[in-house]
Ligand binder design. Sequence first.
Ligand SMILES: Cc1cc2nc3c(=O)[nH]c(=O)nc-3n(C[C@H](O)[C@H](O)[C@H](O)COP(=O)(O)O)c2cc1C
Length: 210
Amino acid sequence: VTGQKAALETVMTTQRAVRDLLPDPVDLGVVLDCIRLATHAPSGSNAQAWDWIVVTDEHVKRTISELNRPAAEAYAARSDTAPGVREGVAILAATMHHVPVIVIPCYRRSPDSASAHHSDAAYYGSIFPAVQNFLLALHARGLGATITTMALRRLGELRAVLALPDDVFPNAVIPVGWPRSPASRPPSRRPAWDVSHLDRYGIRFPRTDD
Ligand SMILES: Cc1cc2nc3c(=O)[nH]c(=O)nc-3n(C[C@H](O)[C@H](O)[C@H](O)COP(=O)(O)O)c2cc1C
């Protein structure tokens, strides 16, 4: 494992949201292999109550694209969001039905489950570690993807087109494909010293160079 540290760090630090994807096909075996790696993630009680819907059907992709479009276009028209993200969201809104694969990670949840904070944390905390593993596995193979959630605003229609049972909830809509252009630069992130507190909120770490 020690020898793989640098490779893992490179994959982790260069993975980012890729919204401009080519329509070229992606081997479903590769997608399934990435789902295999995704599901090495933890889940509460190791329940592994996830279902991964891998969409290639043109009608389903077009429907999902239409569910994403209104919120994406509204977002792209806003002036209070980062221009790079806005531009990417607009490109994806216009091209989502052309991407080769859209993956919807779902997790089972009782439809009437309480919305207590601890239960939300346990619920989302049981699917998003796997989602991040999925993104990393795709990136390590040169594939691009983005977590999107805008189509979830049209939950009923999304559930219907995917034929989801009542206790299976979609948590993201992830277009997957080959990036149109090579990654520009590693994503910018707030430094660790700036986001960390020692023992109690407000006790800060000294500033470092990274
Ligand atoms: C919970 C969540 C929801 C997101 N929803 C959307 C979305 O609906 N549409 C979209 O294009 N990107 C969406 N993103 C992607 C973020 O905008 C992206 O991860 C962030 O800007 C960092 O991008 P970078 O890794 O390229 O720096 C979402 C990300 C997360 C974690």
